[in-house]
Design a protein. Structure first.
Length: 87
């Protein structure tokens, strides 16, 4: 399989190597406060360093359900779909 990864690089994003990050960690942590830092490790691994923002709870979050609350509905939907398929 061939995977092609495309990055949109804009002026608020930097692409650096993992060795560059190790050498200048403080610098890139400071920069990550205002922009995304893309860290390329070898040919196949890529990471994003960004500042984590605290998100205020909003209406969507207030309506959220846990996995335990969601599971009974999923089970019943799967059973119903299976019954319809067997007919």
């Amino acid at each position: 399989m061939l995977y092609i990864i495309v990055y949109k690089v804009d002026r608020n994003m930097r692409v650096i190597s993992s060795s560059e990050l190790r050498s200048n960690l403080k610098k890139y942590l400071d920069l990550a406060a205002n922009e995304q830092i893309i860290i390329q490790r070898g040919r196949n691994e890529t990471f994003v360093l960004t500042k984590q923002e605290y998100l205020e709870p909003d209406e969507d979050l207030k309506r959220a359900v846990t996995a335990q609350q969601l599971m009974p509905g999923i089970v019943s939907d799967v059973r119903e779909a299976y019954r319809k398929r067997r007919r």
